[in-house]
Design a protein around this ligand. Structure first.
Ligand code: TXA
Ligand code: MG
Length: 330
């Protein structure tokens, strides 16, 4: 079983242990502000291979390289003016920028799945301290079995991957609870590859332009975009064991209910469990609760999880995206 270290009790010890395991080419579970990541040395083939192995992840799906500072980022990626402005405005934070790979970047082709581009993110908090102490970028997908719900606590990671990895760093529940927003600049035009923990409107305000969504980016992107541009956007993803029913207006007997905004639904007395993502209707709070409530609902053994409607503004866009993937045919 993995060793679990509470980073709030022994910060220096946790950092030293993390650097030690990473230096041996092994992956560790690392807390970030979005979700817990499964991190390994992005420059070493065998380290990256073990990420794919532990997750059971398809190798055509590239990994995000996490950096501690702008200097490290610029050693591996080439920043166009818009990407640079976004990095300055939002890093460290829940934003991944897909940029051209620097010709002499040491990030291994296994991490980029052979693409000429590189997904870069500077995470906040303890993860950033680990990268800084390690001195090299860390490749890190979410620390869950491929296709399943992303972990927002160390306990989620331990349940799923505890027997496959050596070390889990525990910094408490992830503050944001949704993976980073992924954008890419193409010919001066910003494209949203994955909605996430940074609201699209915040990016648009800084970039001074609208984000092109997959739906409006034309047929070519429709055809290849989901599979190739950000392969993590495969239709079925974030899947609990239970089936998922969206925009429910009533609960059927035995279903688990996850609702929003303190609005009760008819039939709740016969539900397996009733959880409210945010009784006050706050989308940030809802995002932070989403994945752990899905796991809690799943744990009741209910065959279906019903969700009441979630607004689609702000972080609601990313929440709805995850729910649609959870509800997709498997
Ligand atoms: O918040 C997050 O982003 C978390 C934490 C751990 O940082 N990481 C995460 O990684 O969600 P992952 O592997 O689950 O999702 C990474 C996404 C995938 O959809 C992948 O296809 C996309 O990023 N991606 C990575 N590199 C890319 C590239 N060069 N071009 C397009 N998409 C890329
Ligand atoms: Mg993931």
């Amino acid at each position: 079983m993995a060793e679990i270290i509470d980073t709030t009790l022994d910060r220096a010890g946790a950092l030293a242990r993390a650097v030690d395991v990473l230096g041996r080419g092994r992956p560790i579970a690392l807390p970030t502000e979005t979700v817990y990541g499964l991190a390994a040395d992005a420059t070493r083939a065998e380290a990256i291979a073990s990420i794919y192995e532990v997750k059971g992840r398809p190798r055509f799906n590239p990994l995000i390289s996490h950096v501690s500072d702008m200097e490290m980022a610029a050693r591996h990626g080439l920043f166009d003016p818009i990407s640079r402005r976004l990095a300055e405005a939002f890093w460290p934070g829940p934003l991944t920028l897909v940029v051209a790979r620097a010709p002499d970047s040491a990030v291994h082709a296994l991490a980029t799945a052979g693409l000429e581009t590189l997904g870069l993110r500077m995470p906040e908090g303890f993860a950033r301290a680990v990268i800084s102490a390690f001195g090299k970028p860390l490749a890190a997908p979410s620390a869950n079995t491929s296709g399943r719900i992303s972990p927002t606590t160390a306990a989620h990671v331990a349940d799923d991957l505890g027997s496959a990895i050596d070390l889990i760093l525990d910094a408490g529940p992830a503050g944001i609870g949704l993976e980073s927003t992924i954008v890419k600049v193409e010919n001066g035009q910003l494209r949203l590859l994955r909605p996430g923990g940074l609201a699209a409107a915040d990016i648009e305000a800084v970039a001074g332009q609208r984000l092109l969504r997959p739906e409006t980016a034309g047929a070519a992107i429709q055809a290849v975009g989901a599979a190739l541009e950000a392969p993590g956007m495969l239709a079925s993803h974030y899947a609990p064991d239970a089936a998922v029913r969206l925009d429910a207006t009533e609960v059927r007997p035995g279903e688990a209910l996850i609702r929003f905004g303190g609005v009760a639904l008819p039939g709740e007395e016969k539900a397996a469990i009733v959880l409210d993502l945010s009784p006050t209707g706050n989308l940030r709070e809802a995002a932070a609760h989403l994945f752990s409530y899905m796991k809690q609902a799943d744990a009741t053994g209910a065959r279906t999880i019903a969700f009441s409607a979630i607004p689609d503004d702000g972080l609601g866009e990313a929440i709805r995206d995850r729910l649609e993937r959870a509800a997709a045919p498997r």
